[in-house]
Write a protein that binds this ligand. Structure first.
Ligand code: G3P
Length: 218
């Protein structure tokens, strides 16, 4: 499973990269707005730090404008993946830009049929939002499993990127299913590596070793 960080914060990306776990980054207009800087400035810093796909989202909602925005974003760097929302105008734009070789991440996916349409029109990646579905009392894990089955049935090359991740169980369950990518906040990435028994075990190992050192030296 590839791990992406879901943030536009440079410090968080630096921390994730130092763990050796970051295969890519996803941003969205809300995450970029939090940073209070221009998309291009933040994007260039992220692209310098991460050697992998970096998703940058269009903000237009008409297909012609989405197409020109997608072309502009793709020009920034070879690792830019253009995020296009799952609306009819987005699907039209996807059909055009995918044929030009632009890698597209179709975002705001909440149903398996949306994911099917995105794959048919050439999406490189789809982003189903699991946390937001859970928030409204829907079982988001069924959605991931359905999309993986459909893509498998028709041998679509489109990858499933689990988005809107809230906790480690989202990663565990979707990794069991074989989802290709998960994008997560740094907090979730850090939670994945922690276990209280690891800390207790290490504390005991080190304390025992200290005791033995004192015995040998006395
Ligand atoms: O970037 C898309 C997605 O991961 C957003 O997550 O936490 O705002 O639902 P969230």
């Amino acid at each position: 499973m590839k791990f992406f960080l879901d943030t536009a914060n440079i410090e968080e990306i630096r921390k994730g990269v130092s763990l050796g776990l970051v295969d890519g980054v996803t941003t969205n207009p809300s995450l970029l707005a939090k940073e209070g800087r221009s998309l291009e400035e933040v994007a260039r810093e992220i692209l310098d730090l991460v050697d992998g796909p970096v998703s940058l989202e269009v903000v237009s909602t008409q297909s012609d404008e989405i197409i020109s925005e997608a072309r502009q974003l793709a020009k920034i760097h070879k690792n830019v993946m253009v995020k296009i929302p799952m609306i009819s105008e987005g699907l039209k734009a996807l059909h055009v830009v995918a044929q030009e070789g632009i890698s597209v991440n179709v975002t705001l996916i909440f149903s398996a049929t949306q994911a099917l349409l995105a794959a048919k029109n050439g999406a490189a990646i789809v982003s189903p939002f699991v946390g937001r579905l859970d928030d409204i009392g829907t079982d988001s894990m069924d959605l991931i499993s359905d999309i993986l089955t459909i893509y498998d049935n028709y041998e679509f090359p489109t990858e499933v990127l689990v988005a809107s991740v809230r906790h480690p169980v989202h990663i565990l369950e979707t990794a069991r299913m074989g989802a290709h990518i998960a994008t997560m906040p740094l907090k979730v990435m850090e939670q994945l590596l922690k276990h209280p028994l690891t800390d207790i075990g290490l504390e005991k190992f080190l304390a025992d070793w200290e005791k033995q050192k004192q015995l040998v030296s006395s």
